[in-house]
Design a protein around this ligand. Structure first.
Ligand code: HIS
Length: 363
């Protein structure tokens, strides 16, 4: 349950964000589900409380503030802008009864084109200072590296697009990588189908298969068959390039030691260089704010299964000695989300939230 003490703590945090220059905003508790729900990660999609609104269609209890704040900003906010907010978010719990379904978040979001490295550092520093009395454990990530690596792979557009779609879903991503690298054998049924496709017409094959039973119509099935046929003729990913992806997924090191191995990887995958420049600029900006890079644990893939809108810097701040608790603060950069909701406009953006409800039990 959210206690009066949680609310008082939340109000203090919010006041600190206002003092840092943010404008306080509100969002509705009841949000349209449908397309908005697709913007979250699989975890949130499965855990949203959804219901039916007789006029507006499918609705959900606000699972986070970032998406509605981006929506409000993109439909007429000033540029640059800094917002803060406080309120309940809702997530169903299916496994652990002890975890709240409803809890407070106090958040800070920055929409600013000027200097993304500096704004990343600004958000991290603000949340870190707010939690300083609890001496939180930081952990940083950067999904921009993984995205740049996938975009730089020497393969078909279709394969790159499939990998891009699944970056936030570790198991599916790994399976795709294995398939594209030629490490798995084609299932027998698919191999037989592909062999027939080489000599027979797709439409005739679909007709011969009998009446349609699934949701896909003939045209969609034909497109899928064509994609499968094209995919078998695509050469496997080069080992070196697949190893770059593996190295990024497995890397865990102090931020101060991340840059040099990533520059080495960029020799094999030059697309990585721009993302590495961003990482370097961010490390310098964090250092200038008093967060020495050798004190910051870094793993490029961190935050990957959190929110599907993260596409750059990610971070968490966790309670010392309490690995059983969720992170006290989480955040990250979501530039592409502003384009998705911006109807032709976009702006670099980054933010984070604190969960004041977790602080009460800490010493
Ligand atoms: N909305 C995210 C946190 C966040 C705010 N801004 C960026 N990230 C969450 O609920 O986990």
């Amino acid at each position: 349950m959210i206690t009066a003490e949680d609310r008082a703590r939340a109000a203090d945090l919010l006041a600190a964000f206002v003092a840092a220059g943010a404008t306080r905003v509100e969002t509705e508790l009841l949000q349209p589900a449908g397309t908005l729900l697709d913007l979250y990660g699989e975890d949130i999609r499965a855990r949203a409380f959804t219901t039916q609104d007789p006029l507006a269609g499918e609705a959900m209890l606000r699972p986070d503030f970032t998406v509605p704040v981006v929506q409000a900003h993109m439909s007429g906010g000033a540029d640059p802008a800094r917002y803060c907010y406080m309120g309940e978010v809702f997530r169903r719990q299916e496994i652990d009864e002890g975890r709240p379904r409803e809890y407070l978040q106090v958040g800070y979001e920055v929409f600013d084109r000027a200097d993304p490295a500096a704004t990343d550092a600004e958000v991290f520093d603000l949340l870190h200072r707010a939690l300083a009395p609890w001496d939180p454990i930081p952990a940083l990530g950067d999904l921009g590296l993984l995205i740049a690596a996938v975009d730089g792979l020497t393969t078909s557009d279709k394969r790159r697009a499939a990998l891009r779609r699944h970056i936030w879903r570790p198991v599916r991503f790994r399976r795709l990588m294995e398939r594209f690298a030629g490490q798995t054998t084609t299932p027998a049924k698919r191999a037989a189908l592909l062999a027939r496709l080489a000599t027979e017409d797709a439409a005739a094959l679909i007709d011969a298969a009998g009446p349609a039973v699934g949701l896909r119509d003939g045209e969609e099935i034909a497109a899928r068959l064509a994609a499968l046929a094209e995919d078998v003729t695509t050469p496997p990913l080069s080992r070196t390039e697949a190893e770059v992806i593996d190295a990024l997924l497995g890397m865990e090191t102090p931020l101060s030691h991340a840059l040099s191995p990533i520059r080495d990887l960029a020799v094999d995958l030059p697309g990585l260089d721009v993302a590495a420049d961003r990482l370097e600029a961010r490390a310098e900006a964090l250092d200038r704010r008093g967060h020495a890079p050798h004190t910051l644990p870094f793993a490029p893939a961190r935050g990957r299964s959190a929110m599907e809108y993260y596409d750059g810097f990610t971070f968490t701040l966790s309670a010392r000695g309490r690995p059983d608790l969720p992170a006290l603060a989480t955040g990250g950069r979501y530039d592409a989300l502003t384009a998705v909701l911006g109807q032709g406009r976009s702006i670099p953006a980054v933010g984070g939230v604190i969960r004041p409800g977790l602080l009460g039990g800490l010493t």
